[in-house]
Design a protein around this ligand. Sequence first.
Ligand code: PXP
Length: 250
Amino acid sequence: MTKNRLRLGVNIDHVATVRNARGGAWPDPVRAAHLAVKAGADGITAHLREDRRHIRDTDMQRLATELAVPLNFEMAATAEMIALAERFKPHAACLVPEKREERTTEGGLDVVGQEAALAPAIAKLAAAGCRVSLFIEADAAPIRAAVRLGAPVVELHTGTWCHAVADGERARADAELRRLAEGAALAASLGLEVHAGHGLDYDTARELARVPAFVEFNIGHFLIGEAIFVGLEQAIARMRAAMDEGRAAK
Ligand code: PXP
């Protein structure tokens, strides 16, 4: 395995979205997590939202108990979620902004505006043994705030870039990719471990993998969608190959 191999965290939230559409037990997101690991996922990510629209407490409990690979618990920095992280003790806790009415996480965490409130949350999660990650925009201000807060990891929000690519807006996409690359380099130079996620597909993951400062991508919606057509194992294998191609080309 090469030293700078990118890790792939597979987000299984939307297996639970499909399950919840019918209210039964199928498809089981924990089964998907085991399959993802078999197919080469380096870790599993799940977002326990305040409204429990996909992942539920029992899913998170089972993931925490059953998985041998790192579990990344995406969560809002609320007292309820911190108490659950203290109970489940996942490998990592990724703090994300959360709005009930949004379809998905729409922007990075306002680390600068919420610095005072985030400090005790980060301290509690670290005391519970979680590696704290902050999901932020690739800008200098939140990156520097993450350093001040003592978070070891930042995950840069790739959603705006992916939207620009999908919409064929070349100039905006180029600018967004530059912002991500510069943000990743700054964060790494300040000693942070740098992850990326949101909206990535094979092509954007391959492209972003060329940026050497990234060490992990967290990818969900696209992979679960692709799994409908080619199966989850095949989708993960293709994503793994795309990331390796990008990294080799850097
Ligand atoms: N990383 C974070 C912090 C997220 O909030 C999400 C979405 O839940 C993802 C990665 C995965 O995004 P997507 O499902 O678009 O691949």
